[in-house]
Design a protein around this ligand. Structure first.
Ligand code: BDR
Ligand code: CA
Length: 337
């Protein structure tokens, strides 16, 4: 296991400054998300793993549903996980250039249909998500913080544009987005997160820091089958029950769309990769984002065979051991008991 040199990230939680704890094996991360049932499960997986992951903050963006719902949903999930001390910040309410496109047909009107919705007690932080990302990175050691974007990349690109010196503070970006062999899920060419804000994705893929991309080629291998959902249900704790309820709702649309026994559990692949990278296989290559053609807007051109002269800027993950992925998820959700 790698050891993390970190550790003097000055992160603000609940308005108070604090030094993140100094466990050298704990990787400091910021999760940027648009919950979304699969985002919610990614958050639950991360929050169940404090020995490996120090979640400095959760930033939210418009995507699956509008911003006012994604930030509320993120707060509900931290409350469910009894991790209300992890700060939640709201970020950008629309993409850089294009109009916002949402995905209620997949996620339901609330974004996390399947669980009971109420106004959480966990407060929304005053600071804008982009400022939280900038301030946190500026206070960190060089190459120390991992960014985990699992929604449209608007907040991350805005932070890079606002304060380019944050780039040197990023250890790695592990994101969910893109499609190659699988084809698109939102247009013939493009995956949802990239298509919603292709200009932001272009900025991020071009940023020069190490990127690991979990696109549909790999996320379509981790199907939430009825058997896997039942295995989580047997854990018998409130977080596992909520996860099953979300998965059951989430699965109905994609099972029909793809003719599969369950929906792809996209976003948790990022966290599973941070916890157990050996579950995945990928290739370092060039990935470029189409931002000119309306027909193929948001397409990720993945140069798997190194046929372009473009710099290798990202690891494209293309395979996963799905049974071990679900075993990891169940083991971690079991900890909530
Ligand atoms: C991505 O789009 C959203 O619907 C999911 O939350 C995931 O981040 C999959 O294309
Ligand atoms: Ca998402």
């Amino acid at each position: 296991m790698r050891s993390w040199r970190f550790v003097s990230v000055l992160a603000r939680r609940g308005g108070a400054s604090r030094l993140a704890d100094a466990n050298p094996m704990t990787r400091p991360i910021i999760i940027d998300c648009d919950p979304g049932q699969d985002d919610a499960i990614a958050l639950l997986l991360a929050l169940s793993s404090p020995d490996e992951l120090d979640v400095l903050g959760i930033t939210t963006v418009a995507g699956n549903v509008p911003l006012k719902l994604t930030q509320r949903n993120a707060r509900l999930i931290t409350e469910l996980a009894e991790r209300g001390g992890v700060p939640v910040h709201a970020g950008c309410a629309r993409p850089l250039v294009r109009d916002l496109v949402t995905a209620e047909e997949v996620h339901g009107k609330t974004g996390i249909d399947g669980v009971d919705i109420r106004e959480p007690r966990v407060p929304l932080q005053d600071r804008h998500a982009v400022d939280f990302i900038v301030d946190t990175l500026l206070g960190a050691e060089d190459a120390s913080v991992t960014l985990v974007p699992i929604g449209p990349l608007t907040n991350i690109a805005m932070a890079m544009i606002k304060e380019p010196t944050i780039l040197g503070k990023i250890h790695e970006i592990v994101l969910m987005g893109g499609a190659m062999r699988e084809g698109g899920n939102t247009s013939a060419s493009a995956e949802f997160n990239i298509l919603v804000d292709p200009h932001a994705a272009h900025v991020v893929f071009d940023c020069g820091r190490p990127i690991t991309a979990m696109g549909l080629d790999v996320t379509h291998q981790v199907l939430a089958t009825p058997q896997r959902i039942e295995a989580i249900r047997t854990l018998g704790n409130p977080v596992a029950d909520a996860t099953c309820a979300m998965l059951t709702f989430f699965s109905r649309f994609d099972s029909e769309k793809y003719g599969t026994a369950g929906a792809p559990l996209h976003d948790p692949c990022t966290i599973a990769y941070l916890l157990e990278p050996g579950l995945f296989e990928g290739r370092l290559c060039n990935i470029a984002v189409e931002i000119h053609s309306e027909l193929t807007m948001g397409h990720t051109a993945v140069d798997m065979w190194d046929v372009s002269a473009r710099r290798k800027n990202a690891t494209w993950v293309h395979a996963v051991n799905a049974d071990r992925f679900y075993a990891l998820l169940a083991e971690r959700l079991g900890r909530y008991g």
